[in-house]
Ligand binder design. Structure first.
Ligand code: R5P
Length: 320
């Protein structure tokens, strides 16, 4: 937010062009207005409360031929579209249409809050004939929006989100939220990541929560078949918190749960950032022996336990 001008505010009204008038105009312009799609309304309401910002709902009209008309109501100087992009194909097109609608209505800045940002895992050509979806989707969004913020985008081949999303883009870390959740519950035990990619996350959660941590190694055999190998030496622990950024088929976390139980750790709890959970995935995890499964609220799901609106609000405040 802009610095407060020196001196006292005028008692009788504001002089046109005066410093207080200019200050109030700047404040009004910086105040974002949230434009939420209905499927992200609960998260958007929490974000609006944290920001003390106005919230409006984007309306969708489906034409008989399958096309969609997106209507973002009213004007705003800084318009913030809020939508989580799981099950993403139609949603991506709709947020691009919303950005265009808002600019045409006069918005000078259009930002996107995407609690979950899709297509970040296809970040290389893994086999013949494949695209780098991360760059395609990142490029589309980065050209349509002035700023984009998400939680824990799957970034392993580039250091910063703005390397693939060409605008003021930021991936906020989820580790502080998970560590705070652990600390609030006084939870102990071993923090475990299922694969090499999860190593920096579990190291950070372990550091923040003051707990030991390890990361395993993963071999993916198919979409829903995974092998997880844990280190030969594990710190002595009776309980473990297994952590990953995404649960999709649930195969990774189910294999890691089984591996931990096979090593004598019977109390395995699971935390994920983005609860994508394909049909049957949660049951798969429970069958593997996970005692409790929790997630951040970036994707609406019955496992949501960790609220994440506050860091988004802080980021938007800082970028005002
Ligand atoms: C992979 O790189 C991610 O970090 C997750 O481990 C993965 O997306 C989990 O997928 P699934 O639940 O299908 O095993």
């Amino acid at each position: 937010m802009r610095p407060f001008p020196r001196g006292s505010p005028p008692v009788r009204g504001l002089r046109a062009g005066g410093k207080w008038t200019r200050y109030l105009v700047r404040v009004a312009r910086a105040a974002p207005v949230l434009f939420a799609f209905r499927d992200s309304e609960p998260f958007a309401r929490r974000l609006a409360r944290a920001l003390r910002a106005e919230l409006r709902l984007v309306e969708l009209h489906r034409f008989p031929d399958g096309e969609t008309l997106v209507v973002a109501p009213g004007r705003a100087h800084h318009a913030v579209v809020v939508r989580s992009l799981h099950d993403p194909n139609a949603k991506l097109l709709e947020v691009l249409l919303a950005a265009d609608a808002l600019r045409r209505a006069g918005a000078r800045r259009v930002s996107l809050v995407a609690p979950y940002l899709a297509y970040m895992r296809q970040d290389a050509v893994f086999g013949p004939g494949q695209p780098i979806s991360q760059r395609v989707v990142g490029g589309l969004l980065g050209r349509a929006f002035d700023a984009l913020v998400t939680l824990e985008a799957h970034l392993h081949r580039v250091p910063r989100l703005r390397d693939v999303v060409p605008c003021r883009a930021e991936s906020l870390p989820a580790a502080p939220l998970v560590a705070a959740w652990l600390r609030e519950r006084g939870a102990g035990g071993l923090v475990v990541g299922p694969d090499e990619e999860s190593r920096p996350w579990v190291r950070e959660i372990g550091r923040l929560a003051g707990l030991p941590w390890v990361a395993g190694r993963k071999e993916r055999l198919s979409d829903s078949r995974v092998r997880v190998l844990l280190p030969d030496e594990l710190p002595a622990a009776r309980a473990a918190l297994l952590y990953d950024d995404i649960a999709s088929s649930g195969a990774t976390l189910a294999a890691a749960t089984r591996a931990l139980r096979a090593r004598g750790i019977r109390n395995v709890q699971v935390a994920v950032v983005h609860a994508l959970f394909a049909p049957g995935a949660l049951e798969r995890l429970r069958r593997a022996g996970a005692r409790r499964v929790i997630s951040c609220d970036t994707v609406r799901h019955c496992t949501n336990a960790i609220a994440s609106a506050t860091p988004f609000a802080r980021w938007l405040d800082r970028s005002a």
